[in-house]
Design a protein around this ligand. Structure first.
Ligand code: ADP
Ligand code: MG
Length: 211
């Protein structure tokens, strides 16, 4: 992949298979292409530029994935919770994705009850998102992404803004999700030592190339 207007390729000779249910750790120094690679896996996030080759999601060419399938099945949690959270309170934030896809109200209510319990947000449903800590906001982003019951969860350095305790708590939730639901997780992370033992495979990027 080459960003529009650039002469260098941000990603080069990427050839990679990820199995359903895998926990994949993506690491590499700043500027090595982690964010770019993660964005390549979600059609709506493709940056402007040139892609050579293709990305297959099951038997779908990602180029042709429908917006609905992508929204339902491929979830992404970004580095900065602020850039992801858009609603006023926790309940609205959790309901947002499902409402957008026109899920029936009773299903939304049931799904929110399940998610809020699983992620420890049940007593915070009416809280304004503004009063949440950074760690709680990131958990809310994760819970919001999971309301759709996606098959793939992409996380881009999700703990980089969190203190060590909140970071560990967040990572433990992601490990547990992968273990208990079988969701495929692809996560870039700079605190590699905390994630290594829980990963099925590790991708090391350097200047856009897999090492
Ligand atoms: P990482 O997430 O590992 O820090 P990035 O994927 O953000 O790396 O960046 C990979 C390379 O692509 C870097 O050289 C960066 O400067 C370049 N890059 C990132 N975003 C853009 C953009 N929007 N336009 C042009 N170049 C970009
Ligand atoms: Mg990045």
């Amino acid at each position: 992949f080459q960003y529009a207007g650039e002469t260098q390729w941000a990603l080069k000779n990427i050839n990679l298979d990820i199995n359903p249910g895998d926990f994949v750790l993506l690491c590499g120094p700043s500027g090595s292409g982690k964010t770019t690679l993660l964005k390549m896996l979600k059609r709506e996030l493709w940056p402007k530029g040139q892609i050579l080759g293709h990305i297959e999601y099951g038997d779908i060419n990602l180029q042709d994935i429908s917006q609905k399938t992508s929204a339902q099945e491929i979830a992404m949690v970004l580095q900065h919770p602020e850039s992801q959270i858009i609603m006023g309170n926790v309940r609205q934030e959790l309901a947002f994705g499902l409402e957008n896809l026109n899920y029936p109200t009773n299903l939304i209510r049931k799904r929110l009850a399940d998610m809020s319990t699983y992620f420890g947000l049940a007593d915070k449903m009416d809280f304004s998102v503004n009063i949440l800590s950074g760690g709680q906001k990131q958990v809310l982003s994760l819970a919001g992404a999971m309301t759709m019951r996606p098959a793939v969860l992409l996380l881009d350095e999700p703990t980089s803004q969190l203190d060590p305790v909140a970071a560990q708590r967040f990572l433990d939730m992601v490990f547990r999700l992968n273990r208990e639901t079988g969701i495929t997780v692809i996560m870039s992370e700079h605190r590699v030592e905390r994630v290594f033992a829980n990963s099925d495979s590790v991708i090391i990027l350097d200047s856009g190339v897999i090492k």
